[in-house]
Structure formats: C-alpha cells, structure tokens
Design a protein around this ligand. Structure first.
Ligand SMILES: [Cu+2]
Length: 68
C-alpha cells in the first residue's frame, strides 16, 4: 500500500468534500480516502498495482476540482 497527498483546489464546503471523496473511492485500487477541507488536501491510500497518483489526480479533475 502506498499513500499520496493531493492538493485539491476549488473545495468550498462539505458537499465538495463528499464529491472529491466519492470520486477517489470510485477508483479501483483505492483503499482509504481522507479529505481535509481546511488544508485543501486529499490523502489517499492506494494499491500501486492498480492505480497511481496520476490517475487519482485525474479522478479529482473529472469531479470538477483542480488537482496538483
Ligand atoms: Cu461545496
């Protein structure tokens, strides 16, 4: 298992947190997601055999947020 912290831009409320969380949880290989609204970050535990930071950022962007 690996962990990555993604900077997420554009979150303004708990609804955004839910959107980012579910977008990340929908990615195959993701084990755990913790989104911090104040810090503007998402911490993701994932199986590197199935996904990686680029795909996770892509999922965040597909949900309508900025990822870095
Ligand atoms: Cu919101």
């Amino acid at each position: 298992m690996e962990q990555v912290t993604i900077k997420v831009g554009g979150m303004s409320c708990q609804g955004c947190v839910k959107g980012v969380t579910s977008a990340l949880q929908a990615v195959a290989g993701v084990q755990a997601v913790q989104v911090d609204l104040g810090a503007g970050e998402a911490r993701v535990d994932f199986d590197p055999q199935h996904t990686g930071p680029a795909a996770l950022r892509q999922a965040v962007e597909s949900a309508g947020f900025d990822a870095a």
